[in-house]
Design a protein around this ligand. Sequence first.
Ligand code: UD1
Length: 367
Amino acid sequence: MTATILCVVGARPNFMKIAPIHAQLCRSEKLRPFLLHTGQHYDAAMKDTFFTQLGIPEPDVDLGVGPGSHAWQTGEIMQRFEPVLDEVAPEAVLVVGDVNSTIACGLVAAKKRIPLIHVEAGLRSRDRTMPEEINRVLTDQIADLLFTTERSAAANLTAEGIDPARIHFVGNVMIDALRAQLDRAVAPEVTLTRHGRTRPPEYGVVTLHRPANVDDPRILAALLEVLAEIGRRLPLIFPCHPRTAQKIEAFGLQDLVEAPALILLPPLGYLEMLGLVKEARLVLTDSGGLQEETTALGIPCITLRDNTERPITVTEGTNTLAGRDPERIHRCVDEVLTHGGKRGRVPEFWDGRAAERIVAILERHWG
Ligand code: UD1
C-alpha cells in the first residue's frame, strides 16, 4: 500500500517549490502525491506557464479560489479544502512557503489531526506587518514535520518552543528547481524580442510587488523614480506583477514607468525569468525567492526591504538590504557597478537534492 501525501500549491512562488517534491514523490515506491491547487493565482501567466515549464501535472483538484481580502481568501480556501481532505483522506498534508494558501490548508489539516508537513519552515523577518510573516509563524506552530532551508531557521523554531525532533535541515527545494531548469532558461534576447524590445548589452532586473512597497502611492512613486534614475545608467527590465500593474494604473503613475531605460514587461514565465536573471548585472527586488535565486546564481541582489527572512542570502550570498531610501539604493547600485558587488557562495545543501532528502524522511514516517 502506498501512502498519499496531499501537496498544496496556491500562488506563483509555490510552484517551483512543489515541482521537485512532486517529481520525487512520483519516483517513490512507498508514497504517492495528490496535487491540490487552491486557485489563489489563476492567470495563465501566474499559473499555467509555471506548471508547463516546471513539468508539474495538472492538479488533481483545483479549488478555484480567486483574489479577495486576506480573510476572505483564507476562509474560502479553508471551506473548499475541507471536503476534499475528507474525501482524499491522505496520510499527511504538505504545504510550502508562506502564502495564504499555506496557512489556510495547514489549519484545516491540523484541526482534523492530519499530520502537517511544512517545507521552508522557520524563516523569520520579525516584521509582523508582512502577511507572510503571520502565515509562517502560525504554520510552523501547527506543523508536525518542519523542513528548513538554512540553519538559522532551526534556532527560530526552537526559540518558539518547537520540538527539535520535528525539525529537519534539508536545503532549498526552490534551488532544486533552479538547477534542474538552468539549461532550459530562455535567452534574454528571445524574451525581449517576443515583447517587441531589444536586449541591452548590460541590464538589471527589477521586481516589485510587496504591499508595503506598492500599496501606498507615495512609496510606490518614490521607488519608481529611483528606478528611472538608475535606468539612465543601467537599463532595467521590469516584469510587472499584476498587483503592481493595478496600483501603477490606479495611482496614475504610468508616466514614471515610461522612462526609456525602464523596460516594463508583463509577468514572465519561470524559464524566461531565469534566463533574464542569469545574465543580469544586478537584481533589484522585494521578492523572497529572488533573494535566494540570485545567491544560488552568484548575481548581486539589492533588496528593497529593511529586513529579510532569508538571512543566509546576506551573510553568505550576494544579497544586500537597501530598504527604500533612495540614497542607500543608489549607493548599493554604485557598489555593484564600480566594484562588481558581493560575490557570495552557495549555502550548504542548496545542491539540487533537497527534495530527495525530504522524501527520504517522509518515507521513514509513512512508507
Ligand atoms: C501572493 C503572496 C505573496 C507572494 C506573491 C507572489 C500572500 C499573502 N501573498 O501575493 O507572499 O510573494 O503572491 O506573487 O499569499 N492577480 C491576478 N492574477 C493572478 C493572481 C493575482 O491578476 O493570477 C491579482 C489579483 O487581482 C489580486 C492581486 O493580483 O488582487 C494580488 O494577488 P494575491 O494572491 O492576493 O496576492 P499577491 O500580491 O500575489
